[in-house]
Design a protein around this ligand. Structure first.
Ligand code: Q46
Ligand code: ZN
Ligand code: ZN
Length: 318
């Protein structure tokens, strides 16, 4: 297999694009395509200050690397979720990456801001960990971006993520989430920032290949809570189809963006947003879902301080 640019031995084979590249030309292709994605959807300009959500995995570190190399002003944002060894390792890799490149990184501990780790929140809510985790991440990313004066929030979602979410939305006809899914979302309220996904046209294999060629040291293990998630099943099915018919994933997602999203966008009523009575963030309810969750966590913790474990009252003087 030869590089389509220089005819040297190719390192990365991309059947979906009918191409193969050596390391140097793969980097050129990947960075060029990311720049094109950013400009064609007007995601941001060199004047914007971008907060990059960084988990420590291949996609988010690749995104941060590419945006820096393209000359954009970025700061990393890492949320330590408290999911045992996985979270500790993710934080370590993210901090090591930022240190090695001498770039700014904001780190937030869920245990400190929410009062409990993601596994504890899951116990409290009696729901799967991803439910509380997703809510916490969305809330903290948006709030942190605004509080620190960033104009855009960028996440490392890749084509496999987007195609799997789309497949889930279609299989279950989740019209709400289908109408909201897009690689660039404008702000719909002064307290909600712009959100973008510059890597949305690259498969997981492509982002991993970029990380390997650039020698980025990322967390290889997936979150232990992802095991059994439906999204993994959808990714698996899509990869099987892709192997037989290269390019299907990209056509599926781009077809949705071109044909279905504009229709859903025009047809779906825009939710009435107001400010949460507790924290002031944008929400459709009196008190936002995040504040209601924190309130439940607080009550759960108070109940756990049983009379036996509570400190004894000081003896009264007689
Ligand atoms: S980190 Fe959180 Fe994911 Fe783990 S608990 Fe689920 S949502 S799987 S991207
Ligand atoms: Zn080459
Ligand atoms: Zn709130």
């Amino acid at each position: 297999m030869r590089c389509v640019k220089c005819r040297e031995t190719a390192w990365v084979d991309l059947p979906s694009r009918n191409a193969a590249y050596c390391g140097q030309h793969y980097i050129e292709y990947f960075e060029g395509q990311t720049g094109h994605n950013i400009r064609s959807l007007k995601m941001f300009t060199p004047e914007d200050r971008i907060l990059v959500a960084v988990s420590g995995g291949k996609d988010s570190l690749t995104l941060w690397e590419v945006l820096m190399r393209l000359g954009y002003k970025t700061t990393g944002f890492h949320i330590h979720l408290g999911i045992g060894v996985y979270s500790d390792l993710s934080r370590e890799k993210t901090e090591a990456y930022a240190r090695a490149r001498n770039v700014d990184l904001i780190v937030v501990e869920v245990d400190e801001v929410v009062g409990a780790t993601v596994p504890e929140v899951s116990k409290t809510l009696k729901r799967v960990p991803c439910s509380g985790c997703g809510l916490i991440k969305r809330y903290l990313m948006n709030r942190t971006a605004r509080e620190h004066g960033f104009t855009v929030l960028a996440t490392g979602h890749n084509l496999d993520d987007e195609a799997a979410t789309l497949m889930g939305g279609v299989l279950h006809w989740q019209m709400d989430s289908l109408g909201r899914q897009a690689p660039a979302l404008e702000s719909t309220h002064p307290r909600l920032g712009r959100k973008v996904k510059p890597l949305y046209t690259f498969s997981e294999k492509e982002t991993a290949s970029y990380a390997v060629v650039r020698r980025i040291d990322y967390v290889v293990d997936e979150c232990p809570n992802a095991v059994g998630a439906l999204s993994l099943l959808y990714k698996d099915v899509l990869n099987k189809i892709e192997a037989e018919s290269p390019g299907t994933k990209l056509r599926f997602f781009q077809g949705y963006l071109k044909n279905l999203r504009p229709v859903l966008d025009a047809a779906s009523p825009k939710p009435e947003l107001r400010e949460c009575a507790t924290c002031g963030e944008a929400t459709t309810t009196e008190v936002c879902a995040y504040c209601r969750m924190v309130e439940r966590v607080c009550r759960w913790k108070q109940r756990r301080v049983t009379p036996a474990s509570a400190p004894s009252p000081a003896p009264s003087a007689t």
